[in-house]
Design a protein around this ligand. Structure first.
Ligand code: GYE
Length: 337
C-alpha cells in the first residue's frame, strides 16, 4: 500500500528523492506519514467551497432586491459558490431551478417560494437527493414538514394586525378602506390580509370597500388604485397596501386623480423600504410596518448548521416594528434598505 503511494504518478508530489526516502523508511514512520497525508487531505476536503442554489422569486419590489443583495453579499463574504436563479414571478421557473440545482449536486438550496402551494413533488425530489432546503421570507403549505429544514421569515399575520391597529386608531374607528393585496397565493398576501381583516372586523365603523391584487408591484398598485378611485372616488378614506411598492404606485394614482395622498387619503403599507421613508418625509405616506429583508446572515447560518448536522429551529421569526410619518425624518438616515 505504501509502495503504491510511493509509486504515485503525481510528479509534483512524490519526487524521486522522496520515493527513495520512503522506500528506506521503517514501517512505523511510513504509516505515520500516511496518516498525516490523510489528515491533510480531509482538512482540505472540509475547506472545499460550499455550493448553494438560490431560487429567487424575481425583482418585483425594492424589498426583494434588498433581499437578493443580502444573500449574494453574505455568500461572497463566506466564500460560498452561489448559483442564483431569478424566476420572474413564476413557480414553474422555480421548480425548474430546483431540479437544475439537484442535477448540479449543490450542497444546499435557499428557496424564496412565490406561492404557498404546489411544492411537494419537487421538494420530494430534492429530499431524495439529500439536499437541505432553507426557506426564506415566504412560507409553504406541505403536509410533510421534513421537506424543508427551516423557514426564516416575518410573521405576516402580525404585520397585518399591526397595520390594522394603527389604521383603526388613526381613523378613529370610522372610514372606508381599499386594500391592495400582494401576489395571489403568496404567504404574505394571504396572511397580511387575514391579520388586517381580524382587526378591522372589531370596528363596526370601518369597512373594506374594495380589495384586489396589485401583485406587489408599483405599476400594478397604481393601476388598481386608479380603478378604485374611479369607482369609489371621494368615498375612499384610506389605503392598506400589502407592500410599500404598491403604496408608492397608489400615491401616484391619488395625485393624478387630484387628491392629496397622506392627507385626503391615509395610506399604510408594509416593508419599510427607503422609498417608503422618503414618501413619509414628503407627507405622502402615513405609516409603514417594517419587514426586514436582510436575511443573508441567518440563511447561511442555517445552511451551515444543517450541513454540520446541528439542530435548526423550524421557524426563525424576524422581528418587525411600526414606523409612523412623525418619526420618518429622524430614522431615515439609519435605514439599511
Ligand atoms: O413584502 C414584498 C415582496 O415576501 C415578504 O415580497 C416578501 C414580500 C415583500 O415583493 O415587497
Amino acid at each position: 500500500m505504501i509502495e503504491d503511494a510511493a509509486q504515485s504518478p503525481e510528479p509534483g508530489c512524490i519526487t524521486p528523492e522522496l520515493r527513495l526516502k520512503l522506500l528506506n523508511m521503517p514501517l512505523a514512520r511510513k504509516l505515520l506519514g500516511l496518516l498525516c497525508a490523510v489528515v491533510l487531505f480531509s482538512a482540505h476536503a472540509a475547506e472545499k467551497k460550499l455550493t448553494v442554489g438560490f431560487s429567487q422569486i424575481g425583482a418585483e419590489s425594492s424589498w426583494r432586491t434588498a433581499e437578493t443583495e443580502s444573500i449574494q453579499s453574505e455568500a461572497k463574504k463566506r466564500g460560498v459558490d452561489l448559483k442564483f436563479s431569478d424566476a420572474q414571478q413564476k413557480q414553474e421557473n422555480q421548480i425548474k431551478a430546483l431540479r437544475a440545482f439537484v442535477a448540479q449536486r449543490v450542497d444546499a438550496i435557499i428557496l424564496a417560494p412565490v406561492v404557498e402551494t404546489g411544492w411537494e413533488p419537487v421538494l420530494r425530489e430534492v429530499k431524495r437527493a439529500k439536499i437541505a432546503v432553507i426557506l426564506v421570507d415566504r412560507g409553504i403549505k406541505v403536509a410533510d414538514q421534513s421537506l424543508y429544514t427551516t423557514l426564516i421569515a416575518s410573521d405576516f399575520v402580525s404585520e397585518g394586525r399591526m397595520a390594522g391597529e394603527w389604521l383603526a386608531k388613526k381613523l378613529d374607528g370610522k372610514g372606508n378602506i381599499v386594500e391592495l393585496q400582494g401576489t395571489a397565493g403568496a404567504a404574505p398576501a394571504n396572511d397580511r390580509k387575514k391579520g388586517f381583516a381580524e382587526i378591522i372586523q372589531k370596528h363596526p365603523g370601518l369597512k373594506i370597500v374594495k380589495s384586489q391584487s396589485g401583485d406587489f408591484t408599483r405599476a400594478k398598485g397604481k393601476e388598481v388604485m386608479e380603478a378604485f378611485l374611479k369607482s369609489e372616488g371621494k368615498n375612499i378614506n384610506a389605503v392598506y397596501a400589502h407592500n410599500d411598492e404598491m403604496a408608492l404606485g397608489a400615491i401616484q394614482a391619488i395625485e393624478e386623480a387630484g387628491f392629496q395622498p397622506g392627507k385626503d387619503i391615509t395610506l399604510v403599507s408594509i416593508d419599510g423600504v427607503k422609498g417608503a421613508f422618503e414618501a413619509m418625509v414628503a407627507g405622502k405616506l402615513n405609516c409603514t410596518v417594517e419587514c426586514n429583508p436582510l436575511l443573508g446572515p441567518a440563511a447561511f447560518n442555517a445552511v451551515e448548521a444543517a450541513l454540520a448536522g446541528k439542530p435548526v429551529e423550524k421557524n426563525i421569526v424576524v422581528k418587525d416594528e411600526v414606523y409612523e410619518q412623525s418619526v420618518a425624518k429622524d430614522v431615515i438616515a439609519q435605514r439599511k434598505y
